[in-house]
Design a protein around this ligand. Structure first.
Ligand code: NAD
Length: 301
């Protein structure tokens, strides 16, 4: 463990608290929309019996209830054909009472995820994965953006940390987190305007880049990969990772850890997100925001 740094001053960013604020704001917007006879509605499509997917879908439906968003849950058999799934999506696209459509990933192997993503109406694509939304984000046109990276500037700014002009280093280049994160951070605006570096599995001398970061975002999927020696003193460290590591002392036989060695890095960071209780709760909160946004966009189209 590092002995340098300013442990006593390190801010632990409370994702649960910020997510609750965001859900409350979404709830206020839902009340306003209902006054105009618009009831925001999210359709969540679950294919098969993946246990983790069921848990994620359950938490999304519960968040809808809390915020006042109507939810429709489609439970489809694991052996549904791709054509049948696409026609279910088309029905949701055509339903003017549905504002957001989310197909829980991963899908069974016989279904092409890309085709399914592209079948969703971009105006209802609350995951922000459709190529139209990916393109709009990259050229700075207001659109639906992926929930996990969208929550991160909210966490940073609401913790009183300036983003504009800062050097943000993202580790990871997935289409779900790393790449949209880069595109969000680089835009002009108070919750962005960063100088952005993206590191990945092909990066040589990774720590040389991460040590330059004012804001370091880890989306790697490797338990406790980022250690204090990779972090600049006073940096803001955002841990997107959710990894299970075996732990016989835990009743479930495992515990959740992030991509950052929290105990080590909190000794040197200026601010840091924990796992659990950091980025995780923000993802569902941003889904609520996106559903409200989709309802407003449809109202004005
Ligand atoms: P992914 O596997 O698609 O991408 C991981 C990225 O990390 C890759 O782009 C790869 O280049 C990079 N990488 C892997 N090993 C590396 C190394 N040794 N050095 C540098 N870069 C390396 O994963 P993902 O979907 O982007 O998810 C990343 C993590 O975030 C996972 O732990 C996942 O569970 C978690 N996640 C959390 C949320 C949330 O809501 N909090 C949402 C999505 C993903």
């Amino acid at each position: 463990m590092s002995t340098t740094g300013n442990n006593s001053e390190t801010k632990i960013i409370d994702g649960k608290k910020i997510a609750a604020e965001i859900r409350a704001e979404a709830g206020e917007e839902v009340i306003e929309l209902k006054k105009e006879n618009i009831e925001p509605c999210l359709a969540v499509v679950l294919v098969g019996n993946n246990a983790a997917s069921k848990v994620y879908v359950g938490s999304k439906v519960r968040a809808c209830e809390e915020v006042g968003i109507k939810s429709i849950k489609l439970d489809l058999a694991a052996d549904i054909s791709e054509d049948d799934l696409l026609s279910e999506i088309q029905k949701l696209n055509d339903d003017s009472g549905v504002h957001g459509i989310l197909v829980q990933l991963p899908l069974p192997h016989h279904i092409n995820e890309e085709r399914v993503t592209e079948a969703i109406d971009p105006g209802k694509d609350v995951d922000g994965f459709h190529p139209v939304n990916v393109g709009k984000l990259s050229i700075g046109i207001d659109c639906l953006t992926p929930c996990t990276p969208s929550g991160i500037p909210e966490m940073i700014v609401r913790s009183g940390i300036e983003m504009s002009g800062k050097h943000a280093v993202v580790i990871g280049r997935s289409n779900i987190v790393g790449k949209p994160m880069m595109n969000i951070l680089v835009q002009k605006g108070a919750k962005a305007n960063c100088t952005v570096t993206c590191c990945h599995s092909g990066t040589d001398h990774l720590a040389e880049y991460t040590r330059q970061a004012d804001i370091l975002i880890a989306a790697i999927g490797v338990p406790e990969f980022v250690t204090a020696g990779m972090v600049k003193e006073g940096a803001t460290v955002i841990d997107v990772g959710i990894n299970r590591v075996e732990d016989p002392e835990h009743s479930r036989g495992y515990r959740l850890v992030g991509d950052v060695d929290f105990e080590d890095v909190k000794e040197i960071a200026g601010a840091i997100t924990p796992v659990p209780g950091g980025v995780g709760p923000m993802t569902v909160a941003m889904l609520m925001k996106n559903t409200v946004k989709a309802a407003k966009m449809l109202q004005h189209s």
